[in-house]
Design a protein around this ligand. Structure first.
Ligand SMILES: [Zn+2]
Length: 155
């Protein structure tokens, strides 16, 4: 899966968990907790993004994907079917590391020395592939962190 092949998305306010899950798959997902409903939809339109929502009143508007389920896993499945993507199986861990799940920023590769102050020492010792979010400065690496994020997003 290449994120370039998929539309950019905008998640409505109640879909923050889904937004994080989609970002872990490398998708470009905008999410603004302070903006909801029609206002959020207008922002999505202005930014040329597909708007994901559970608001029934927005049904039928152009570029709106109305999700039926309240369950994040099932929402992910709905999005997968519509967009034709395989969200449960990113091709590799490094692919799941392309975007910050919190900020949606594209992660930047950093070297081990740069990562060292931000990660546990045993992680520093065994990993070479570190990335940092330019927005929140969180540091990510393949493996434990991604797994943990995926688990946290599972409910
Ligand atoms: Zn971030």
């Amino acid at each position: 899966m290449k994120s370039d092949n998929h539309p950019r998305l905008f998640c409505d306010v109640m879909l923050g968990r889904l937004a994080r899950r989609l970002r872990l798959l490398g998708l470009d997902v905008r999410y603004e907790p302070g903006v909801r409903g029609l206002q959020a939809y207008r922002r999505a339109k202005a930014d040329r993004r597909l708007f994901l929502t559970r608001h029934q009143k927005l049904k039928g508007l152009p570029d709106v994907l109305l999700l039926e389920s309240e369950n994040t896993d099932r929402q992910l499945e709905e999005v997968r079917q519509v967009l034709g993507i395989q969200p449960e199986k990113p091709r590799s861990e490094s692919q799941a590391l392309s975007r910050c799940p919190v900020c949606n920023e594209v992660l930047k590769k950093i070297n081990r020395d740069q990562a060292r102050p931000a990660v546990p020492f045993y992680i520093y010792q065994i990993h070479n592939d570190f990335r940092r979010c330019p927005q929140c400065q969180r540091v990510f690496w393949p493996g434990s962190h991604v797994q943990k994020m995926l688990k946290q997003g599972g409910k």
